[in-house]
Design a protein around this ligand. Structure first.
Ligand code: ADA
Ligand code: CA
Ligand code: CA
Length: 367
């Protein structure tokens, strides 16, 4: 009995040591992510859609990714995240060197990796070109990984609550499918991500108002997020693509903004309920794409405006507000330059006098 116990104990200790050294090895690696749809990129025969670049069915369609950051100089592994309904011939150039001139990339995989030499910092160019006319090819992003021993930044080390890596169904993600990239962004690709009351965002962004910070969560179309705290620096908060629900999420100190639908999103409906947003320097909700928002029982403590439709844009935006407790708002509850923006509201308390609740060209109607 005793011997058996000793053997079991030895196995356990060995496994624990092995897995912790594997964990340390993972943390030592450094990586950075560059989105295919980043505004610094050049596109030919291609367009941005839903967080991807979609290539036209044309020979020599490409995305030239510019200002690509690498954690360190020297050899790096570049992993491209893509989807394709047909295989396609790829030409890849990195900083002017040809890495491959016509590799066949399979439609049955979602990633392909190459080694290339990178400069340290954000001075790299990657050109991803489809050599023949092929339909149904999309590029999401490239992740640049170096072994981290050469210096510079380390990867965002995950706190126990900022759970790392990939999961198809896990206790920290609830029923969701999700993955986490080198910037710390958790992308939810299906289901409802249940944060289980834990904190996220402590390793994402820099707490500034810079627009180029990564998001803490990227919610793909039809996915949801609930039950968590988003803590500083909190980057660019939560990005929604359309048909998403965000519920019971507490932002203790909003980063660049809290929840945004970017211009490349699909659009659709977004529900934000039972959430609390504190200390936003400017915007809480930022809407850059046609959509309908349902804001139920939320609290805001400190903001420029609670919602901003992207400045100068006139697309249709419809907002339903039922239950809002706002204090420390400086400018307005909703600001929009669009006469196609309508806000229906009830059950609002706000520090601003009611004549200042709505700003710009929108129409507000009590509901
Ligand atoms: C600002 C900026 C927009 C957009 C927006 C956002 O309003 O002028 O271009 O970046 O923020 O999405 O956060
Ligand atoms: Ca902004
Ligand atoms: Ca933003």
């Amino acid at each position: 009995m005793k011997t058996k116990f000793k053997v079991a104990l030895t196995i356990c200790v060995t496994l624990a040591v092995l897995s912790s050294s594997l964990f340390i090895a993972t943390l030592n690696a450094a990586s950075s992510t560059h989105e295919a749809e980043a505004s610094s990129n050049n596109l030919k025969y291609a367009s941005v859609s839903g967080g991807n670049v979609v290539f036209d069915n044309k020979k020599d369609a490409y995305v030239e990714m510019k200002k690509v950051n690498s954690p360190s100089s020297g050899n790096a592994t570049l992993t491209f995240y893509y989807s394709a309904s047909n295989s396609f011939p790829l030409e890849l150039k990195v900083n002017g060197s040809t890495i491959c001139s016509k590799d066949t990339i399979s439609s049955s995989s979602k990633t392909v990796s190459y080694s290339a030499n990178m400069n340290s910092g954000s001075d790299n160019k990657i050109k991803f070109k489809i050599r023949e006319a092929v339909s149904g090819v999309k590029l999401d992003k490239v992740v640049i990984s170096t072994d981290g021993s050469s210096s510079g930044s380390t990867s965002s080390t995950s706190t126990p609550s900022d759970s790392s890596s990939t999961s198809s169904s896990s206790s920290s993600g609830g029923s969701a499918k999700w993955s986490q990239d080198g910037d710390g962004t958790i992308t939810v690709t299906s289901g409802v991500f249940d944060g289980g009351g834990k904190s996220y965002g402590s390793n994402v962004g820099d707490g500034s108002q810079s627009e180029s910070q990564p998001a803490v969560f990227e919610l793909e179309k039809g996915t949801s997020l609930k039950n968590c705290k988003i803590v500083p620096p909190a980057g660019d908060g939560i990005h929604v693509d359309g048909n998403n629900t965000v519920s019971n999420v507490t932002f203790t100190d909003v980063g660049e903004d809290a929840i945004s639908m970017r211009s490349g999103a699909s659009g659709g409906k977004v529900t934000v309920e039972d959430c609390s947003f504190s200390k936003a320097d400017d915007k809480v909700l930022q809407v850059n794409k046609e959509s309908t928002w349902y804001l139920y029982d939320n609290t805001v403590n400190g903001a420029g405006k609670v919602m901003r439709q992207n400045g100068g844009k006139t697309f249709k935006l419809t907002v339903y507000i039922d239950g809002l407790k706002a204090t420390g708002v400086k400018e307005a509850i909703v600001r929009s330059d669009s006469s196609n923006c309508t806000v229906y509201y009830k059950n609002i308390s706000c520090n601003l006098s009611q004549s200042d609740w709505w700003m710009g060209k929108l129409t507000a109607k009590s509901w």
